[in-house]
Write a protein that binds this ligand. Structure first.
Ligand code: SF4
Length: 403
């Protein structure tokens, strides 16, 4: 079976966090494979076709561009592979679109098998039925000096209707061990990466079997040990992770407060309407969000609260309820708002409801908060991306059926 001497990752500003752990996994096993990260097609085509594979990981709203790039590379004769959330949701369609092999779910073990010459008959490397143990693979790549926030937990037991995480990463929660996290922080500090950030669907659920019930003693041990290896600043429960309202308890917040260098926590709320929360399958109500805000405020934290706007099924009344709730939490808890526009993503229960649409009342209310410095986020840009994402799902099917 054909083996490759060179793997080129096609990079963009969205896929750095997905590529680094794969590069780390590959270089921890292979010493004779050249790994490159390249943005431009013209640069990719400087390399010979025969022993090079080109890997893509992309978002749904990029499908149109990717389809053209794949066509171009295939015409030149390259082997082209892909993984990530869009591919995991629509693997057969992606094969029909031109990829030679696709990777669904966890990628680390399967990319090693691919480079080792293994090829599944159906051309789908299955990282869903064969999940990896996070401790078996590095979260960073020391050899190439690629550092990023350490992924401490993968998988989420919830089923939020707009989110691809449970489909891509599974519903069973897998934590990286404290020993490993500390080891990789030590390496990072050696290269003067003194700020610790973490990737997890729910930071305050670290160490718990279900990923939700807080285990303050485990988080205490984790943060204590991270601090003791020379990390200068710790960010826990902030970008690029956030926190579920149910995991905010007084004991947990007090533990986190001892170690961190921030005075806010990113809290996932998404709506101030119980009706919408139910449709979204968030698994908590508005009261729970407020309880979390109360506990955070009592411990000297304010919250940056995530909200999603523009659901095609939301009524003006739902939106007014959410606006009122926002006014209340801004005033009472000094909350800041992180606003998103709903994007329909493939593989999710809400993939077919249409793109998020903002109305005049959204622009007015959100715009006012933004001008007061109370609200941020890419909600305006996301309105465009939502349309592109919806088209991306339709286009994937169209490219596939035309092939
Ligand atoms: S939004 Fe968060 S809690 Fe909900 S399914 Fe996604 S990762 Fe899990």
């Amino acid at each position: 079976m054909e083996k490759f001497r060179r793997l080129i990752f096609s990079t963009n500003k969205h896929n750095r966090y997905s590529i680094t752990p794969l590069v780390g996994a590959i270089l921890s096993k292979f010493h004779d494979i050249e790994i490159l990260e390249i943005k431009n097609l013209s640069e990719i085509t400087q390399y010979p076709v025969t022993d090079t594979a080109v890997a893509f990981s992309f978002m749904t709203f990029d499908v149109e561009n990717v389809a053209e790039e794949v066509k171009f590379l295939k015409e030149k004769g390259y082997t082209v592979i892909a993984g990530g959330p869009h591919v995991t949701a629509m693997p057969e369609d992606m094969l029909k679109m031109g990829f030679d092999y696709v990777f669904i779910g966890d990628g680390e073990e399967n990319i090693l098998e691919f480079l080792d010459g293994e090829r599944p008959e159906n051309r789908i490397f299955d990282g869903i039925s064969k999940r990896v143990n996070l401790n078996d693979f590095p979260p960073i790549c020391e050899k190439k000096r690629l550092f990023m926030p350490i992924e401490i937990t993968r998988g989420c037991p919830f089923d939020c209707g707009y989110c691809q995480t449970p489909r891509l990463a599974g519903k069973i929660v897998r934590h990286r061990s404290i020993e490993q996290i500390v080891e990789y922080e030590k390496i990072s500090v050696r290269y003067k990466k003194n700020v610790a950030r973490f990737i997890t669907p729910n930071a305050f659920g670290y160490g718990s079997k279900n990923g939700v019930t807080p285990k303050p003693e485990i988080v205490d041990e984790l943060l204590f040990k991270v601090k003791s290896v020379g990390v200068k600043e710790i960010y826990f429960g902030t970008f690029p992770s956030d926190v579920r309202p149910e995991s905010v308890t007084d004991e947990m917040v007090k533990v986190v407060k001892k170690y961190v260098d921030h005075d806010y926590v990113v809290l996932g709320a998404q709506s101030g309407s119980d009706r919408i929360l139910q449709i979204l399958r968030r698994g908590h109500n508005v009261e729970k969000i407020e309880e979390a805000l109360e506990i955070l405020a009592q411990n000297g934290f304010y919250a940056k609260v995530d909200f999603i706007f523009g659901f095609p099924f939301e009524t003006k009344e739902d939106v007014e309820i959410t606006f009122k709730f926002i006014e209340k939490i801004v005033q009472k808890y000094n909350a800041k708002i992180h606003a998103h526009t709903f994007m329909p993503l493939p593989g999710t229960p809400l993939s077919n409801v249409g793109p998020g649409v903002l109305k005049q009342y959204h622009y007015k209310f959100l715009g006012q908060l933004a001008s007061q410095g109370i609200l941020d986020g890419y909600w305006l840009k996301q309105e465009e991306l939502a349309k592109k994402a919806f088209r991306g799902i339709q286009n994937t099917r169209m490219f596939a059926s035309n092939s």
